[in-house]
Design a protein around this ligand. Structure first.
Ligand code: FAD
Ligand code: NAI
Length: 466
């Protein structure tokens, strides 16, 4: 009889966990994956990336059709109506398709799905739904959940004070949505409800929205969102939210202190960040402590300090992004199988799926300057022929390169397809490209991607179309 039930047991079936499980099974390891949800795919597929992108797309169509934005293209609509239940139903269909797709992939790759909350008994055994299972290797991929704001009670069922999960399923368009937090969730889900007709106020504690992004991008993004009609209150803190009947009152005051004011809202979305999921996991039974941010620390191979226990995704340090978790899933499985699994954490793109999209990879200009001298090149989408042809010219591409070696250190883009454009920048950086390498790569015309070529030419001071 084998010493363990499984070679690999993965806890959590999000983009980190399900990918790790599939890759481990592909490498010939007997694998199981435990998850406490009814469906596979974790936060991303069930209540994150997928439903939010479905609603961003549908609400964009609605806004284009209803706002008269297409009239300039010679397309006139009249009597455009919102059928919100169908829009939400369509989003649920997209989620169902993708979560059941993972179920199919598990069956295809012979990954066993263990339904239930997993708790460590020791470093090689875990209890799931009252049954103990053992594994030679256990991968913790338990992800993250919403950070609560002390004193503010989220109740997604009531639909007045909600988190991102509640904001993906509001039964009607609020007249006034107040978003606490000017980060990615606030701007994406704020965009959805704004496009569907809500007035949206974003309250952000810091002096700028989108923390972590390049300074120019943060400034330009704020301008664009304000032009779209967002009321953005930066350097403002929320001191309380009270609910009376179907309305909420949000009390805010300047972050530095000062007079309090009240904002009336139909819905309040709390989106102030996410925290790693380790409660109930029984880490104390195996001697793992979390760091100050509640994360499990690992080495470069994703091994924890306990032999045979590994960790990946949102539960470990680094950006809380699905593709980062996925890449770590592949790498950890390869390391368990004795191969060399590596993730280059310096080249993880991030995308905000608003309109225009906002994307970046590598260092911000501010970070790059702290490390040495840099050259930058910027090219406005206003001068890009494709953007002009389709009359969607907001944004720019910015390339940051090392002043001496010309190696690309960071790329930042605001453009309607920025999320797709950033892939090229990530690949170039992964291959150690210089800005000159990108500038001398032939780009198809007319494409948005030419703006990256021109911004790279601008690093040398010689863009053509500007
Ligand atoms: P998760 O996806 O959180 O999965 C962990 C799973 O483990 C969950 O199903 C959880 O229920 C389960 N679990 C936890 N503890 C246990 C336990 N003890 N036993 C059994 N199961 C357990 N990222 C992007 O890259 N792009 C996006 O567009 C994007 N959009 C987002 C939109 C929203 C609204 C939100 C909330 C997040 C979004 N994210 C996006 C972030 C992305 O969802 C996460 O980075 C990603 O899901 C992390 O993957 P993970 O595998 O680490 O964890
Ligand atoms: P976030 O970290 O992106 O933004 C939270 C914002 O809230 C910050 O700007 C912060 O300064 C502000 N804040 C914190 N406390 C506050 C307070 N008391 N009052 C007012 N503002 C306050 O977090 P968010 O938007 O909740 O998203 C969580 C994570 O989910 C993201 O960091 C990202 O990793 C992931 N995500 C990724 C998406 C994507 O890739 N497109 C989409 C959605 C989420």
């Amino acid at each position: 009889m084998a010493e363990y039930d499984y070679d690999v047991l993965v806890i959590g079936a999000g983009p980190g966990g399900y990918v790790a499980a599939i890759r481990a099974a592909q490498l010939g390891l007997k694998t199981a994956c435990a998850d406490s949800r009814d469906t596979l795919g974790g936060t991303c597929l069930n209540v994150g990336c997928i439903p939010s992108k479905a609603l961003l797309n549908a609400s964009h169509y609605f806004e284009e059709a209803s706002s008269g934005a297409l009239v300039k293209h010679g397309i006139k609509f009249s009597g455009v109506e919102l059928d919100l239940p169908t829009m939400l139903g369509d989003k649920d269909e997209a989620v169902k398709g993708l979560t059941s797709g993972i179920e199919f992939l598990f069956k295809k790759n012979k990954v066993e799905w263990l339904k239930g909350l997993a708790t460590f008994k020791d470093a090689h055994s875990v209890e799931v739904a009252g049954k103990t299972v053992t594994a030679k290797n256990i991968v913790i991929a338990t992800g993250s959940s919403v950070t609560q704001l002390p004193g503010i009670d989220v109740d997604n069922d009531k639909g007045i004070v909600v988190d991102s999960t509640g904001a993906l399923a509001l039964p009607k368009v609020p007249e006034h949505l107040v978003v606490i937090g000017g980060g990615v969730i606030g701007l994406e889900l704020g965009s959805v409800w704004k496009r569907l007709g809500a007035k949206v106020t974003v309250v952000e504690y810091l002096d700028q929205i989108l923390p972590g992004m390049d300074g120019d991008v943060r400034k330009e993004a704020a301008k664009i969102f304000k032009k779209q009609g967002f009321d953005i209150k930066t350097s403002t803190k929320v001191t309380g939210v009270s609910v009376s009947g179907s309305k909420a009152t949000v009390s805010v005051e300047p972050a530095a202190g000062g007079e309090a004011t009240m904002i009336e809202a139909d819905v309040v979305l709390v989106a102030i960040g996410r925290k790693p999921n380790t409660d109930g996991l029984g880490l104390d039974k195996i001697g793992i402590e979390v760091n100050k941010r509640g994360q499990i620390e690992t080495d470069h191979d994703f091994a924890t300090k306990v032999d045979g226990v590994w960790a990946i995704g949102d539960v470990i340090p680094g950006p809380m992004l699905a593709h980062k978790a996925e890449d770590e899933g592949v790498a950890v499985a390869e390391n368990i199988a004795g191969l060399t699994g590596i993730v280059n954490h310096d080249v993880i793109p991030s995308v905000v799926y608003t309109h225009p999209e906002i994307a970046g990879v590598g260092l911000t200009e501010e970070q790059a300057k702290e490390r040495g001298s840099v050259k930058t090149g910027k090219f406005p989408m206003m001068a890009n022929s494709r953007a002009k042809a389709i009359r969607d010219t907001e944004g720019f591409v910015k390339v940051i390169a090392d002043a001496e070696t010309d190696k690309v250190l960071g790329v930042w883009i605001i453009a309607s397809p920025a999320g797709d454009m950033i892939a090229q920048a990530a690949q170039a950086m992964e291959f150690g490209a210089s800005s000159e390498d990108i500038a001398y790569t032939c780009h198809a015309h007319p494409t948005h991607a030419e703006a990256l070529k021109e911004a790279s030419m601008a690093v040398q001071g010689k863009p053509i179309h500007m």
